[in-house]
Design a protein around this ligand. Structure first.
Ligand code: FAD
Length: 221
């Protein structure tokens, strides 16, 4: 059993271009394309968001990849306006060389109590032993996946439009969301706030969440 750290990778985006494209679409409503200037998108987008005229944000989308646990994608796939491609626990057989003959578990670094962390680790090791034993006995991957824990690591590709990202980040970066999601999505929110402040600057997140638990954040080249 290998303990691995989560990461999140976002496609390289140009926030200003995204906001300008949304502005262009939005101005269709008022036939005010003639008012477009270098920074006219700023007020337009702020006004739209203040008034709840948020469907205009659906014209642009962003994809991410992440390495997370099953619990994270179980929660995130509840969001109906996002698209997902997820490593399959039915297809990927972790006893094979390709997967290092082991189960990988996302490190729950936010468990600070050492005794609790140790119990978690022992449980994961035990599950891995049982998974391999089931395989030895001829169980199919479909059968073996029945015992995989929430901590099992998986790669996920996720795409959503800007409106849905705003909604997901509002819900999933607060202190009500599971820490395993906060550690991935707070860094993403901070990136969106830098790239598209007019859209994301007012999204509140859990500022007390310890930065040392943030997932590694990468921008894809
Ligand atoms: C802290 C927290 C705890 C949770 N706990 C539980 C739990 O214990 N059990 C559980 O089952 N789930 C739980 N959930 C999941 C939650 O109930 C939602 O299913 C999930 O957050 C997706 O949110 P959504 O429906 O707003 O989002 P999306 O599916 O992303 O939809 C976006 C928005 O579109 C609109 N919309 C989408 N579909 C419809 C529709 N059919 N009718 C009307 N409007 C629609 C809504 O305005 C919605 O907010 C929890 C979520 C959070 C954040």
């Amino acid at each position: 059993m290998k303990i691995v750290n989560p990461w999140i990778e976002v496609e390289k985006i140009d926030g200003i271009q995204i906001m300008k494209k949304i502005e262009r679409a939005c101005r269709t409503c008022y036939r005010s394309e003639g008012n477009i200037s270098e920074d006219s998108y700023k007020n337009l987008l702020k006004n739209c968001i203040n008034r709840g005229h948020e469907s205009v944000l659906e014209h642009e989308k962003v994809s991410i990849r992440m390495y997370c646990d099953i619990g994270v994608y179980k929660d995130l796939t509840r969001h109906r306006f996002a698209s997902f491609s997820i490593e399959s626990t039915r297809y990927c057989s972790y006893d094979k060389d390709k997967y290092g003959n082991e189960i990988k578990c996302i490190n729950p670094s936010y468990i600070e109590d050492k005794a609790v962390y140790e119990e978690w680790k022992k449980s994961m090791e035990e599950i891995e032993k049982r998974y391999m034993k089931m395989k030895e006995l001829g169980a199919t991957t479909d059968m073996c996946r029945l015992i995989l824990p929430h901590s099992t690591a998986a790669e996920v590709t996720m795409t959503a439009d800007i409106r849905e990202w705003k909604h997901i980040l509002e819900l999933r970066t607060s202190n009500k969301a599971h820490p395993a999601i906060r550690q991935l999505l707070i860094p993403l929110l901070k990136y969106f706030q830098k790239e598209m402040p007019e859209i994301f600057e007012n999204v509140e997140y859990d500022k007390d969440f310890d930065e040392k638990n943030y997932a590694e954040f990468r921008i894809a080249e």
